[in-house]
Design a protein around this ligand. Structure first.
Ligand SMILES: *Cc1c(COP(=O)(O)O)cnc(C)c1O
Length: 401
């Protein structure tokens, strides 16, 4: 896993992806981040770590997740569509691949307590789950407003024994929860590990999380080979909040330019409406949550309040690797509106009997836009299931009657 190539798309030895990345953290946080940076590759590479990680992915998460040929959707779109079924992971999304990996790192660093941030609650649930599994104390920061909007996930975390702490600063949503989780980590440096839920944050988090999620594209390669006789699709599509499911789905294809990488970001009500989370369309380079990346900001550099129908994409930045994939043109970023996502969610539900998460629906909405040919193969990362979004879908049932 440590074989570093000189790829412009992978992290370099100082923690950068081109101009993006790094570790811009307050001095108080420096020892924690340095401890992680100096140990993560060695820990992940240990045979004992890999054995335990792979075993948990198989027996607890339910991996490998299927690669499913969506025949009716393929006929409708006019190309060949495979769905990578991360929605079938334990807890309903890809996030658990990362929390399993990080809890094993935390254990090996001798940590007894876990802190995490969560927006929609999916990462909080995945973190509370692995803390219960390993018997570690779990504290999850969540925006007070998100706690109201996503009550079922708050209840799930509590059921799992986690303490959910409302973040009451700022807009009382994800970025504020992230700020408060970082503050908690500063005050409890020696016995606490901070499990970040996406490929964001200071180095080494973006790289560490991408490595844990890279199981997604590792499986796609062997499954696609079994299905079609070839290991590389023509396109890989994934939605990007912070970018972890996309980073995992792209990982083993980054240096294969014949595979076109497509990232769906949330346009919200429309890129120019002031109610959007389309980071690459609206953002500029800056520093957010410890790394240099692209983020939505005002003229004087204040972080802009994002908006998306999907809580998991409602984030004003993207991970530094995605900033680099965007800046170099390696990945194409497409902005998808709330309406386009809803259309795609109802379409998949009715054509394939799979209700996707609203986040995932943004990736599906790219299918008609990329103009893939009938004989081309498109893999969509189906990042999560839609049960958590049923209240939103129900509001729109009449429109799709
Ligand atoms: C959290 C979440 C996302 C967005 O997070 P990434 O780090 O961008 O993957 C996407 N899909 C689902 C189902 C999620 O729960």
């Amino acid at each position: 896993m440590t074989t570093e190539t000189a790829s412009p798309y992978r992290v370099d030895t100082s923690g950068y992806y081109g101009p993006f990345g790094g570790a811009y953290v307050p001095e108080m946080l420096y020892p924690n981040v340095a401890e992680l940076r100096d140990n993560y590759l060695r820990l992940i590479d240990e045979p004992g770590f890999q054995r335990e990680f792979q075993q948990l992915l198989a027996d607890y998460v339910g991996r490998p997740t299927p690669l499913f040929l969506a025949k009716r959707l393929s006929a409708e779109i006019g190309t060949t569509v495979y769905l990578k079924r991360e929605d079938l992971c334990h807890t309903g999304a890809h996030k658990i691949n990362n929390t399993i990996g990080q809890i094993l790192v935390a254990q090996r660093l001798g940590k007894r307590r876990i802190v995490a941030e969560t927006g929609a609650g999916q990462h909080g649930v995945a973190t509370a789950t692995v803390c219960a599994l390993m018997g570690l104390e779990c504290i999850v920061y969540m925006g007070a407003i998100d706690m109201e909007r996503q009550k079922p996930n708050v209840d799930r975390m509590r059921m799992l024994g986690a303490q959910v702490v409302p973040a009451r600063s700022g807009s009382q949503t994800l970025k504020d929860a992230t700020n408060e989780a970082m503050r908690h980590w500063i005050s409890n440096p020696t016995d606490t590990h901070y499990i970040i839920g996406s490929v964001v944050g200071p180095h080494p988090y973006p790289d560490m999380v991408a490595r844990f999620q890279s199981v997604i594209s590792a499986e796609i390669i062997s499954q696609l080979l079994a299905h079609t006789g070839r290991a590389t699709p023509d396109y890989v599509l994934a939605c990007v909040g912070g970018g972890s499911n996309a980073a995992g789905a792209f990982y083993h294809y980054l240096d294969e330019p014949q595979v076109r990488l497509v990232a769906a970001e949330a346009a919200g009500q429309g890129v120019d409406t002031g109610h959007s989370a389309a980071t690459t369309a609206l953002g500029k380079p800056g520093i957010l949550h410890g790394s240099s990346t692209i983020l939505m900001q005002t003229e004087d550099g204040q972080v802009t309040e994002p908006y998306s129908i999907s809580a998991g994409l409602d984030y004003p930045g993207i991970g530094p690797q995605h900033a680099q994939l965007f800046a170099t043109g390696r990945a194409e970023f497409i902005s998808i509106t709330d309406r386009q996502a809803l259309d795609a969610a109802f379409q998949l539900s009715r054509l394939e009997g799979i209700i996707p998460a609203l986040e995932t629906a943004h990736a599906l909405a790219c299918l008609p836009l990329i103009k893939a040919k009938p004989d081309e193969v498109v893999v969509v990362c189906l990042s999560g299931r839609g049960d958590k979004d049923l209240a939103t879908y129900t509001k729109h049932l009449e429109e799709y009657a």
